[in-house]
Design a protein around this ligand. Structure first.
Ligand code: 5GP
Length: 120
């Protein structure tokens, strides 16, 4: 799938629409999900143009990969969920119901998160 630069997270990265930023490094940005599913619900995205973990894992540079994963850990600690526990999730493609075609890692925490996957 070709990258669509009009997607909502590309627009956030360009500063065209606002976000509630919680963390940033050279290659990654983290901000609050607009429709939180848990008390802590943060999205961590690469600044580069990647549709999903599929193309990111294949073509991102080592620095980009390190910064994305470091950002997840930094955010979890800063949000106070590293000790209590949290879940990361990255939807990729149609079967996962990925909505926004720019790689994003969800961080959920701040409550008991229940089953890993719903039964249906
Ligand atoms: P997906 O289903 O693609 O894994 O998740 C997309 C997420 O992006 C959803 O949790 C949704 O609430 C969030 N989202 C969609 N549009 C915006 C937006 O404009 N700002 C923010 N902060 N989150 C958004």
């Amino acid at each position: 799938m070709a990258y669509d630069p009009s997607n909502i997270f590309a627009r956030i990265l360009r500063g065209e629409i606002p976000c509630r930023k919680v963390f940033e490094n050279a290659h990654a940005l983290a901000f609050r999900d607009v429709n939180p599913q848990s008390p802590v619900h943060i999205l961590v995205i690469p600044k580069g143009e990647y549709v999903s973990l599929d193309d990111f894992s294949a073509t991102a540079s080592p620095d980009e990969i390190v910064d994305l994963i470091r950002a997840v850990g930094e955010v979890a600690r800063a949000q106070g969920v590293a000790a209590s526990g949290y879940r990361i999730l990255a939807n990729s493609g149609a079967d996962s119901r990925q909505e926004v075609p720019h790689l994003h890692i969800h961080i959920f925490g701040g409550k008991k998160l229940g089953r890993m996957l719903p039964k249906d």
